[in-house]
Design a protein around this ligand. Structure first.
Ligand SMILES: NC(=O)c1ccc[n+]([C@@H]2O[C@H](COP(=O)([O-])OP(=O)(O)OC[C@H]3O[C@@H](n4cnc5c(N)ncnc54)[C@H](OP(=O)(O)O)[C@@H]3O)[C@@H](O)[C@H]2O)c1
Length: 268
């Protein structure tokens, strides 16, 4: 039975993915930042729920060592842990910028560096990075978030060349809006103590986003696409998923970019 390790499995897409792979019979390591509030994994067969903060190397090392001890190896890493920072760039602090990159980019790199020696030694493995439609296209007031997801796209696309000779595959999942904690509890909203020049625009876009989130599909949809990516035995790199996402990405290739930006501008 193959083994998958999912980061950020305490909620949303990560939780749905860990549970879906478990239901399909895989050995699952659900890496969670706050084990005390992770639910749904108790008593499940071939499933380990382990503390894992992608920003703390020690927790990564321990989770990988426990995975090796318990399941005897690792086949697929799903780099899912991440969050969004919403708001005008000028409102952001140095710390907020660093934090966004710490988790969404350096967390993915830390995890990847930590599993590569194992994958390379057995000349087999797969790294599935959860990017976003926002790794290909940018929407208003998410400049920091988009910067991280564009980074993940470039990182993954380049990495797959050097890993191919070792039979290690890299995949990118590009979801659109999903109904998770992403737009709620997990979102960092930028505000400034004295500057308010962007407040009106920010609250208009925020309301629009809440409406989009209210009608967004369940993260189970993404879990199934991640499962497909792990199993389809092709060297396909990108998998988009979600309402309008394939259409948007198709338009992105087809029509002049200025038209697409006008469409996005009028939506928000
Ligand atoms: N939802 C969407 O619309 C959407 C669309 C495109 C892409 N994505 C991407 O999908 C991924 C998952 O997001 P989601 O929608 O499932 O959001 P979510 O419901 O907020 O879940 C994110 C999970 O990541 C965990 N996490 C955050 N920082 C972490 C860290 N340093 N170490 C370990 N775990 C950490 C959170 O832990 P806690 O529970 O402890 O907070 C949470 O369990 C993200 O990479 C996001 O960018 C989401």
């Amino acid at each position: 039975m193959p083994t998958v390790l999912v980061t950020g499995a305490g909620a949303g897409i990560g939780r749905a993915t860990a549970l879906y792979f478990q239901q399909q019979g895989w050995n699952v390591v659900a890496g969670v930042r706050r084990p005390e509030s992770a639910t749904g994994f108790e008593g499940l067969d071939h499933c380990l729920c382990l503390p894992l903060d992608v920003n703390v190397q020690d927790t990564i090392d321990r989770a990988i060592a426990q995975t090796m001890d318990y399941f005897g190896g690792l086949d697929v890493l799903v780099n899912n842990a991440g969050f969004g920072t919403f708001g005008a760039f000028e409102y952001s602090t140095e710390e907020q910028i660093l934090q966004q990159f710490q988790t969404n980019v350096f967390g993915v790199m830390r995890m990847t560096r930590s599993v590569l020696p194992h994958f390379r030694a057995k000349r087999q493995g797969m790294i599935i990075n959860i990017s976003s439609v926002g790794g290909r296209l940018a929407f208003p007031l998410y400049s920091l978030y988009h910067a991280t997801k564009f980074a993940i796209e470039g990182f993954s696309e380049s990495l797959q060349y050097e890993l191919a000779p070792f039979h290690i595959q890299v995949k990118l999942i590009e979801p659109g809006a999903m109904k998770t904690d992403f737009f709620q509890r997990s979102q960092v909203v930028l505000q400034h103590p004295t500057l308010h020049s962007y407040d009106d625009y920010q609250s208009k876009v925020w309301q629009k986003l809440q409406a989009i989130e209210a009608n967004a599909p369940s993260p189970d949809l993404v879990a199934k696409v991640i499962w497909q990516a792990a199993n389809d035995k092709t060297d396909r790199l990108r998998y988009s998923v979600g309402d309008q996402v394939p259409l948007l990405l198709f338009l992105n290739r087809l029509i002049p970019h200025s038209w697409l930006r006008s469409m996005i501008k009028s939506t928000f």
